[in-house]
Ligand binder design. Structure first.
Ligand code: SPV
Ligand code: MN
Length: 627
């Protein structure tokens, strides 16, 4: 008899005891027993993959008050996070590293012993009087070369419920697995809660990542990005695992783009949070395979990819019938959905930018809300938070890609990188090569901070390949891994740079509408199949006006004016030179292991820009470039 199993036996019902004892991996038992010893829950619930266990989790989330079933449609619930817990918390999230080791200046870190002592002190007895829920998850399709197993202990039924919707179940996989199978572990406790079931000690929020032990600790937080360990927290551990094993873990959506003759071509897209990743993946007429995290592997010299998740934890702001018709429909239909940090009034959820007027009072993340209500700092509390979200299974979305659970993944033909760049890059361009794409679009990705993380919005920053918040290996190493990955492929996906946020220099207005991205996607699809020509600019291949005009008509039924094309695709030399300088400086100042290729590729891009400026001036109309 395993000593750890015996140690937790008094906290388990007979069925739970049987479920846990069916797992032969001794490390699972050890982790559960040590979590129980530290957090001291009254009971332990082992969640298997059975419909009964999963339904129990959903019911308990309501019974405990972490979700409210006050919405009119069956299956809809609402969950609120605390006033100071409305996004991922960069300050509170740290890597535990052994004394003397330095990951990178750009990464938040703390001495491992010190960090472990601190977070364990916060977790001590944190589950007293509560139930600890033990969840088994499969990241990626089950029984596939991509699969990574995950185990989470949490005292939050909301977290456990979210995991049902967002991930593939893993209890049976754990049960069948070899006793020494590797897995990632997360220990989360919501901490001391008030009557609204939110942490009363936000200043004690800690999210610590112990990559030496494949373990994440999260305390005093509810926001899913900080508490649902398999989202961005396990992602950090996966990036490290991928580094050692020679594959890539990326902050990428995956979608099937439909082209002429009914063909389907798969694309991945890396965008920082709140930069259009989910709404690209969800374009009507195309199929969505994933909206947030993907694993990419070289299989037989092509890239194959899977969605790590099986659901969406998506931003609800600006989802309206015009811009996002598919998800708007889902959010207005019966079915399992958790709305978080929206406004609720008369059984209906409301959010910013939903296309109709919001009530002047209701229930929101601040409790009972009325117009002009202020927080402790005298700031007006909005009716719904900008980072309000919905949690829904991908299979609930009409255009969910049928390959979602294919253990072989799908073959990728294109990859796009895009950030919130109001000044420099054109809306869509194709890289000259894999290396050029990785460096000039991926490693040079510049964006502005958004509401998805706590802190000031609109601050420009480099967000390398959109994983700056999650990277767990030295930044230069990550660039090198990407370059090497591409070199080993027989047929590397084509890399594109997109920018949905370019503004008119004269009036500061966005040059494109959210729907224009559909045209860019269709153009990229045609480029992958070599069916349209392009113009060679200093920063990449640009679309030709006639091709876009046709696509605007076909995809959006819109007349695309030449004048708009010229404004959108003008190469802005000063802005591009400025960008190169900022990127170089970032790597020079923060990253000690930057590959020389980065400086070489940016040097050549600068040279091309300067040469073009000599012939055409600072602002170069795309009509000056040749195919
Ligand atoms: C993001 O912020 O990139 C998200 C949501 O996808 S979170 O779970 O907070 O990471
Ligand atoms: Mn994300």
């Amino acid at each position: 008899m395993n000593g750890y199993l015996e140690a937790v036996r008094p906290k388990l019902s007979q069925p739970d005891y049987e479920k846990l004892s069916a797992i032969t991996n001794p490390i699972v038992l050890e982790f559960v027993a040590k979590a129980s010893d530290l957090c001291n829950p009254e009971k332990i619930f082992i969640c298997s993959d059975s419909a009964e266990d999963i339904a129990h989790v959903g019911r308990q989330a309501i019974a405990a008050g972490e979700e409210k079933a006050i919405l009119n449609l069956p299956g809809h619930t609402v969950h609120f996070d605390g006033l100071y817990d409305q996004g991922r918390d960069r300050q509170a999230t740290k890597y535990l590293v052994p004394r003397g080791v330095h990951l990178s200046k750009a990464l938040n870190q703390i001495d491992r012993q010190e960090g472990l002592a601190e977070v364990k002190a916060l977790l001590r007895d944190s589950m007293r009087g509560r139930t600890m829920i033990v969840r088994f998850i499969s990241l990626g399709p089950q029984d596939s070369v991509f699969t990574i197993l995950g185990l989470q202990c949490t005292d939050s039924w909301y977290v456990a419920h979210s995991e049902d919707i967002l991930f593939r179940p893993g209890y049976e996989v754990f049960r069948r697995a070899e006793p020494n199978r590797e897995f990632l572990r997360v220990l989360h406790s919501a901490g001391n809660l008030n009557e609204n079931m939110v942490s009363v000690e936000p200043e004690k929020k800690r999210i610590y990542i112990d990559h030496m032990d494949n373990t994440i600790y999260s305390a005093n937080t509810q926001y899913a990005g900080n508490s649902v360990g398999f989202k961005k927290l396990a992602f950090r551990l996966a990036i490290r695992k991928a580094h050692y094993e020679g594959w890539l873990a990326e902050h990428m959506m995956l979608m099937g783009v439909h082209g002429p003759g009914n063909r389907k071509t798969y694309f991945a897209g890396a965008f920082p949070s709140a930069c259009g990743k989910t709404s690209t993946a969800m374009l009507p007429g195309e199929t969505i395979l994933g909206d947030d995290i993907a694993y990419l592997r070289n299989i037989d010299s092509v890239v194959r990819a899977v969605n790590v998740e099986a659901g969406i934890f998506g931003i609800i702001q600006d989802i309206n019938p015009t811009d996002d018709p598919l998800i708007f429909q889902v959010l207005n239909s019966p079915g399992e959905i958790i709305f978080s940090n929206v406004l609720v009034k008369d059984g209906k959820p409301y959010w910013l930018g939903m296309g109709s007027e919001l009530p002047k009072e209701g229930l929101n993340f601040s409790g009972k809300w009325h117009e002009k209500k202020k927080d402790d700092n005298g700031e007006e509390i909005p009716p719904a938070h900008k980072n309000a979200r919905y949690t829904v299974a991908l299979k609930a979305v009409e255009n969910c890609d049928p390959e979602l659970n294919n253990p072989q993944g799908i073959e990728l033909s294109g990859i796009m990188y895009g950030g919130r760049d109001t000044k420099a890059y054109v809306p869509v361009q194709q890289s000259f090569s894999w290396e050029h794409g990785i460096i000039a679009y991926g490693a040079s990705l510049e964006t502005e901070t958004t509401f998805a993380t706590i802190g000031e919005e609109g601050i420009p920053e480099i967000n390398m390949m959109s994983i700056q918040d999650f990277i767990s290996i030295p930044l230069g190493q990550n660039i090198r891994n990407n370059i090497e990955f591409g070199k080993k492929l027989k047929k590397a996906p084509i890399i594109f740079g997109v920018n949905y946020f370019l503004k008119d220099k004269s009036n500061g207005k966005f040059l494109n509408t959210p729907r224009d991205k559909h045209v860019w996607i269709k153009w990229m699809e045609l480029r992958v199949h070599d069916e349209v020509e392009a113009l060679m600019s200093p920063t990449g291949f640009l679309p030709k006006y006639d091709d876009l005009r046709l696509l605007f008509k076909q995809v959006l039924g819109k007349d695309y004016a030449k004048e708009d094309y010229i404004k959108q695709f003008t190469i802005r030399v000063p802005e591009n030179l400025g960008k190169i300088e900022r990127v170089q400086r970032f790597y020079q100042e923060n990253v000690t292991d930057t590959p020389l290729e980065l400086f070489g590729i940016l040097y050549l891009q600068r040279k091309r820009l300067l040469k073009a400026r000599q012939s055409f001036g600072d602002y170069i109309s795309p009509e000056n470039f040749e195919g």
